[in-house]
Ligand binder design. Structure first.
Ligand code: 2BA
Length: 109
């Protein structure tokens, strides 16, 4: 069994969860926050049999889109004097970040 720790944009999460349910797959949704943009995102915990991993990845790819976000990057001009300038920076976000973890055991007690 594998655990897919999947980070997606909030906008894509409902469509992804509906698609998973439609395929008889279970998931758990966690509210999370990206360390770079400090924006809310969604982390889905998806436990599946090994041979279903590619299928789940295909569902994620079909439901989660890459978008761009603007953030202000702060760069030091005279850091010693504490002078910083911020300039807008465009960064791509998503479609999804997926960590595939091996599961030692799955138990329902
Ligand atoms: P954030 O950390 O808020 O990052 C949002 C997007 O900002 C990233 O999109 C990436 O395109 C950009 N970015 C992140 N760090 C950067 C940096 N140091 N310099 C320039 N641009 C940077 P994604 O790569 O699609 O990541 C989306 C979200 O997935 C991340 O939100 C974070 O919550 C999570 N994530 C991505 N990689 C991760 C990792 N290795 N470990 C844990 N979480 C991760």
């Amino acid at each position: 069994m594998k655990l897919l720790l999947t980070i997606v944009q909030d906008t894509d999460a409902p469509r992804l969860q509906e698609a998973l349910i439609g395929e008889g797959l279970q998931s758990t949704k966690l509210a999370s926050t990206g360390g770079f943009l400090h924006e809310g995102n969604t982390t889905l915990i998806i436990g599946v049999d090994d041979d279903a991993v590619d299928h789940v990845k295909a569902i994620i790819a079909a439901t989660c889109r890459e978008r761009t976000r603007f953030t202000s990057a702060t760069s030091p001009i005279h850091a010693l004097e504490g002078v910083f300038a911020s300039q807008p920076m465009e960064v791509p976000v998503g479609g999804a970040i997926i960590f595939v973890l091996s599961v030692d055991a799955f138990e329902r007690l």
